[in-house]
Design a protein around this ligand. Structure first.
Ligand code: NAD
Ligand code: LMR
Ligand code: MN
Length: 542
């Protein structure tokens, strides 16, 4: 048992001023804390009041991360209570700025593991040091090549691993002492970091090819060996690695790629919610993906699977999809398509003049999409002209500008509602305020994978699922339907973040039940709800 300053400096055990007089005597704390003993409730309301006084997101985040680094229980007590208010501060979009300034403002490593491609022999030691004897159920790992839409940030990207894990705990009650944030430092191609003497990562260009694959392989084999029930979450890998890595391990271990699968699930859930409002069927939709990278293709794949589940043949389903990327509409004769784009690429012969379909605007004019999803990192790409053109061919256009952070979104919710006179069914990647338009209040759902990965992870971990299967992913997407009342004018297509805590349990129970159905559970799942509730960690002092 730790004592004295070692105890105060352990964020998983520290209670600060809440150590009782008996505990202070027992653990060598007499005289090294101010004399008044506070309750967790008193500490939490003090923290909240202080956050409210801070003038901007940067200072709020800085203050909260300080609490996080000192005392996890207190941090999560406050975060959980104010989840909708704090998400944009500690997570996206607030996290983007702190990733850019990570090296410059570095104070503490926040219990993360930093793994370097030039020292593979240190990998095991690094993980052991970071875990400090704790059993780990969940790792979020990034190589930071494609952080949100802001690109390659090398070691600075460790904050996304820390941030995603914070949401797991606040939303789904994953025990913060049983998680480990990891960054794989394989170099960076961002010239400004390479030139920056303050940059704390490897000052080398990214390593690729076999050396990179071996580095990832070594990492996965190592952590799977060290933590036998581990659920491994991959975050913000680059377009050329994300799907490849997922495919390499998906049939062997319970692994998850958030940008592909998490975004796929939440977008499907949003589209199902939108169709519940419009009363239309998925099989009648025409889907246009703008920005066919990791997330864009992940979403298209999920919607495609749903169409198959609803009875369309592969050929029928494929006919519903169009992908637009940098080249314009993607055609099968292009030699630079990714493996994920290929199944959805079209034939030029389908169009009278395919050669001019090189922009989103030209594609929308010819294709008449009913669903438009943006994962392009192109700020403002859904222009008034494009949106009005789309809306002139469909009653309830479904439009999801999903790029993060705020400044990269393809459109603002308020513009989409106004340009379509309230007809658009909108969800955004970042939180959006409700939109007032002609006497109706339009609630805007947040199609961010943070609304789904915590519940999904809780379901996998609590059931001890050996794998994360396509069916488990599908039930997760379906489980959050029915929370929103589609008959209410201006209803959102997704449930609000204020209820994240509650619907994460719903998602988790559905996933655990499916794991059992497939015979993949290693823990008992007799009653899925009870199994989930029993697993959850609550922010209380022990
Ligand atoms: N809301 C969410 O939950 C969520 C989840 C994942 C990703 N995202 C966002 O989606 C965006 C993309 O992320 P990603 O991981 O898929 O990145 P990515 O690099 O894999 O994909 C981006 C794609 O956009 C394409 N693109 C770039 N410029 C373009 C242009 N001018 N016209 C058309 N296409 C263009 C790229 O070629 C690439 O294929 C980011 O902003 C990210 O924040 C949101
Ligand atoms: O992190 C987010 O906000 C969502 C997503 O994973 C992203 O990469 O943008
Ligand atoms: Mn991401």
């Amino acid at each position: 048992m730790k004592k004295g300053y070692a105890l105060l400096n352990d964020p998983f055990l520290n209670k600060g001023t809440a150590f009782t007089e008996t505990e202070r005597e027992q653990y060598g704390l007499v005289g090294i804390l101010p004399p008044t003993v506070q309750s967790l409730e008193e500490q939490a309301s003090q923290v909240y009041a202080n956050v409210e006084k801070k003038p901007n997101v940067t200072e709020k985040r800085h203050y909260l991360m300080n609490i996080f680094s000192r005392n996890r229980t207190l941090f999560f007590r406050v975060f959980k209570e104010h989840i909708a208010e704090f998400m944009p501060i500690v997570y996206d979009p607030g996290i983007a700025e702190s990733i850019r300034g990570y090296s410059e403002f570095f104070v503490t490593p926040q219990n993360a593991a930093y793994l370097s491609i030039v020292h593979p022999e240190q990998m095991e030691t690094a993980i052991r040091n970071a875990a400090e004897g704790r059993d780990i159920d969940l790792i979020v790992v990034t190589d930071a090549e494609a952080i949100l839409g802001i690109g390659d940030w090398g070691t600075n990207g460790v904050s996304i691993s820390v941030g995603k894990l914070m949401v797991y705990t606040a939303a789904a009650g994953l025990d913060p002492a049983r998680v480990l944030p990891v960054v794989l430092d394989a170099g960076t191609n961002r010239e400004s970091l390479l030139q920056d003497p303050l940059y704390l990562g490897l000052h080398e260009k990214r390593v690729t090819g076999t050396a990179y694959d071996d580095f990832v392989d070594r990492f996965v084999a190592l952590v799977e060996g060290m933590f036998p029930h581990l659920y491994l979450h991959f975050e913000d890998f680059g377009r050329s690695h994300a799907a490849k890595i997922l495919n390499r391990y998906v049939d062997r271990y319970p692994v998850f790629n958030d940008d592909i699968e998490g975004t796929g699930i939440i977008s499907l859930a949003g589209i199902l919610g939108a169709l519940r409002i419009s009363g239309e069927a998925l099989k009648d939709q025409t889907y246009l993906c703008f920005g066919a990278g990791t997330a864009g293709c992940g979403i298209a794949h999920r919607i495609y699977q749903e169409m198959l589940d609803q009875g369309l043949t592969e050929k029928e389903a494929r006919q519903k999809f169009y992908l637009v990327d940098r080249q314009g509409l993607l055609f099968e004769d292009m030699d630079d398509l990714t493996p994920e784009q290929k199944p959805f690429a079209r034939k030029r012969s389908e169009f009278a003049d395919a050669s001019h379909l090189t922009t989103l605007e030209a594609a929308v004019k010819v294709i008449h999409p009913t669903i438009l999803v943006g994962t392009s990192t192109q700020s403002g790409a859904f222009t008034e002209t494009i949106v009005k053109e789309m809306a002139s061919h469909t009653k309830r256009p479904i439009i999801f500008p999903l790029s993060n952070p705020t400044e990269l979104a393809e459109a603002r919710a308020s513009d989409l509602i106004a340009w379509t006179e309230g007809r658009a069914l909108v969800a955004t990647g970042i939180p959006s305020k409700p939109v007032e338009y002609k006497g109706v209040t339009y609630e805007i759902g947040q199609a961010n994978n943070a609304l789904i990965y915590p519940g999904l992870g809780l379901g996998v971990i609590a059931s001890g699922a050996k794998l994360l299967t396509d069916r488990m992913i599908s039930v997760a997407a379906h489980s959050i339907g029915g929370i929103v009342d589609p008959t209410k004018p201006g209803a959102a297509v997704l449930p609000p973040v204020t209820q994240l805590d509650r619907f994460s349990e719903t998602v988790a129970a559905a996933v655990a039940a499916e794991a059992k159905k497939e015979g993949l559970n290693r823990n008992e799942v007799n009653d899925p709800d009870a199994c989930i509730k029993a697993y959850k960690w609550e922010p209380q002092y022990k």
